[in-house]
Design a protein around this ligand. Structure first.
Ligand code: ZN
Ligand code: ZN
Length: 277
């Protein structure tokens, strides 16, 4: 964790003239909250959420701007019958597990619900949502502006004989092969020609054996999709907690050897990394 860091998922996307867009509120968001809280207001913040596993939402109760009256937040989050996002966020403040009550939050918070397949304009940007193969409802996000596109594909498992998302098993039942082909083709289309794709590579090929149902991918899968979709830059992300820097290096080497001489830059996500598109 010395070079790549150990915090969990959180990305900030800055586009000229648009409020900051945060994707996920893992532990990586915490320090950003402290930094933002010291800025003069008013604050306008967009929060895209991939899904509600702990490692993607842990910092929301700790996010200082939520405790400011001059802060306006819109959450764009997956919602299903089984998981009501606003209720879940309030539940993070249960007095047995967290000292600050949800009522202390003074920011104005709005929620918009997604289940995948949506496309909408957000100020000058275009945002698209894709339903990934991960337990519950997990959204891959594509953010486009001024002919630049970034896609965040996490968490996501290879779909072959592995249907993890809500309702996927039922949809695959009639014709699994057709379902898998459609899923893979749609995912390729979703990231097509993107300037940057951030992809879940929690496992290596040895690690994913017997753990496909955990809902994560490998550098091999990520690179195959990126090449197929003509992506310019692939960022390996969601390193396993037990990964040492050396193990992340090895994942990176593997992805780069698959990419070979083809026109794809591969890097591994590191804490604090800034990329310009
Ligand atoms: Zn997850
Ligand atoms: Zn995760």
């Amino acid at each position: 964790m010395m070079r790549y860091g150990g915090n969990t998922t959180s990305f900030r996307i800055d586009i000229d003239g648009i409020p900051p867009i945060f994707v996920d509120g893992g532990t990586g968001l915490y320090e950003e909250g402290i930094r933002l809280a010291s800025q003069p207001g008013p604050l306008r913040i967009y929060m895209l959420v991939t899904h509600t596993h702990w490692d993607h939402i842990l910092s929301y109760p700790l996010f200082e701007p939520f405790y400011r009256q001059d802060c306006e937040v819109t959450f764009f989050a997956p919602v299903s019958e089984k998981a009501d996002f606003p209720r879940l966020i309030r539940g993070q403040h249960h007095d047995r597990t967290f000292p600050r009550s949800f009522n202390e939050i003074t920011a104005h918070i709005e929620y918009r619900s997604f289940s995948g397949g949506e496309k909408f304009k957000l100020d000058g940007a275009t945002i698209s949502a894709f339903r990934l193969n991960h337990p519950g409802i997990t959204i891959g996000w594509r953010i486009e502006h001024d002919e630049r596109a970034v896609c965040i594909i996490t968490d996501n498992a290879p779909v072959e004989n592995n249907y993890l998302g809500e309702g996927m098993r039922e949809r695959a039942a009639a014709d699994p092969q057709a379902f898998e082909k459609e899923f893979n083709d749609s995912l390729t289309d979703f990231i097509l020609g993107a300037d940057l794709v951030i992809y879940d590579t929690h496992f290596d090929e040895a690690g994913i054996k017997n753990r496909r149902h955990w809902g994560h991918s490998t550098p091999q899968t990520a690179t195959a999709f990126a090449l197929e979709a003509g992506v310019r830059h692939l960022l390996l992300h969601h390193h396993a907690p037990e990964d040492t820097d050396f193990m992340v290096d090895r994942k990176l080497d593997e992805a780069r050897s698959i990419a070979g001489e083809q026109n794809l830059v591969v890097e591994a996500a590191a804490e604090g990394m800034v990329l310009w598109l």
